[in-house]
Design a protein around this ligand. Structure first.
Ligand SMILES: Nc1ncnc2c1ncn2[C@@H]1O[C@H](COP(=O)(O)OP(=O)(O)OP(=O)(O)O)[C@@H](O)[C@H]1O
Ligand SMILES: [Mg+2]
Length: 320
């Protein structure tokens, strides 16, 4: 497996009137070529902030982001153009990410022109091809986003990301603004495109259930930090972090086999605290059923419990 993205101890802090918001506070994750990594967490856990650092909307407060070995943690303003093209993002809300005043043709032609993907006289053909790729009628080139349904708009946003032939696409909750049938449609489209073109996806969602059939590996985020990372099958079979177990125990299951594997119901306690006032030690300890004194005092280190299965929890100290 060839690694395409490596995030090392990434921190992104914001100075606000209320104090320093530690939106991302020491995240380590990696993504392989052609792989889907599901980055899952509750609202406010810092998922979008990770995404915006990866695509360069923000520069990092500290830590490193390597794309094919090259450090890109400084934000887009200092990134070479080829790199900007290689990493694309699809945002949560296509309503705001697409300019309502532009025709779909203009929306899709712009990246083709900026990155000189095809000569001027081939742009319309390429725009139509892109629409076909995302299973939309080519007649849409004469429409405005406002004339499209939510799922169709999101498909246009996907087409815009594809326009520049990227190798990695960050999907920041791409389906959470869509109804359930549209969600499935857009996700299936993303998976088909991945099969055909080998894209790597950093797939961000708060919906762990969606990841069961989509992600190759899953990373759980809580209050700016990673709790657990594991291959998807192992993740659902042997969840280790108390927070992961809490999340999985409330995911709906569809088969008896899944029901057998599901951990005993762990009651969800409390809510995610404000990232201005992060609890000391393990950020999850005030909500954790297994918390000890140590959990309030020290930030847990990463432990590789099985090959490729990492957990940040004092319960799983590496035996040395
Ligand atoms: N530019 C900013 N300035 C100040 N605080 C910010 C900024 N961006 C994000 N935050 C704060 O950082 C925390 C993480 O935000 P982020 O948007 O990354 O979370 P998220 O996991 O994407 O949540 P959601 O599921 O709601 O999209 C939140 O508490 C948010 O209020
Ligand atoms: Mg977000």
């Amino acid at each position: 497996m060839v690694e395409i993205l490596r995030i090392e101890n990434l921190k992104k802090h914001f100075q606000t009137a209320q104090g320093v918001v530690k939106a991302v506070d020491g995240v380590n994750i990696s993504l392989n070529e052609g792989e889907t990594l599901g980055l899952v967490g509750e609202s406010g856990s810092g998922k979008s902030t990770v995404a915006y650092n990866v695509v360069g909307i923000y520069g990092a407060t500290s830590g490193n982001i390597y794309f094919r070995g090259e450090d890109i943690s400084m934000g887009t303003s200092r990134r070479p153009k080829s790199l900007k093209k290689d990493i694309q993002i699809v945002f949560q809300d296509p309503g705001t990410s697409l300019n309502p005043r532009q025709y779909i043709h203009e929306i899709l032609a712009m990246p083709l022109r900026v990155h000189r993907i095809v000569p001027e006289n081939e742009i319309t053909d390429r725009v139509k091809e892109l629409l076909e790729l995302v299973q939309l009628p080519t007649s849409f080139i004469f429409k405005h986003p406002l004339e499209l349904g939510e799922g169709e708009k999101q498909s246009v946003a996907v087409a815009r990301a594809l326009a520049v032939n990227p190798s990695m696409i960050v999907l920041d909750e791409p389906t959470s603004a869509l109804d359930v049938s549209m969600q499935a449609k857009v996700i299936n489209l993303m998976l088909e495109l991945q099969k055909e073109y080998g894209f790597s996806y950093l797939f961000i969602t708060h919906d762990l259930g969606v990841m069961r059939n989509v992600a190759d590996r899953i990373a759980i985020m809580y209050l700016g930090k990673i709790c657990e990372v594991a291959p998807a099958a192992e993740f659902f079979q042997t969840p280790l972090h108390p927070y992961t177990r809490m999340l999985i125990s409330s995911v709906p299951v569809v088969s008896e086999e899944e029901e057998r594997m599901r951990p005993a119901k762990v009651a969800s306690r409390g809510e995610i605290p404000s990232p201005v006032n992060v609890p000391g030690g393990c950020g999850f300890h005030p909500r954790c059923c297994d918390a000890t004194e140590e959990c309030a005092g020290a930030i847990p280190e990463m432990v590789e419990v099985e090959s490729d299965h990492f957990v940040y929890c004092h319960k799983f100290k590496q035996e040395r």
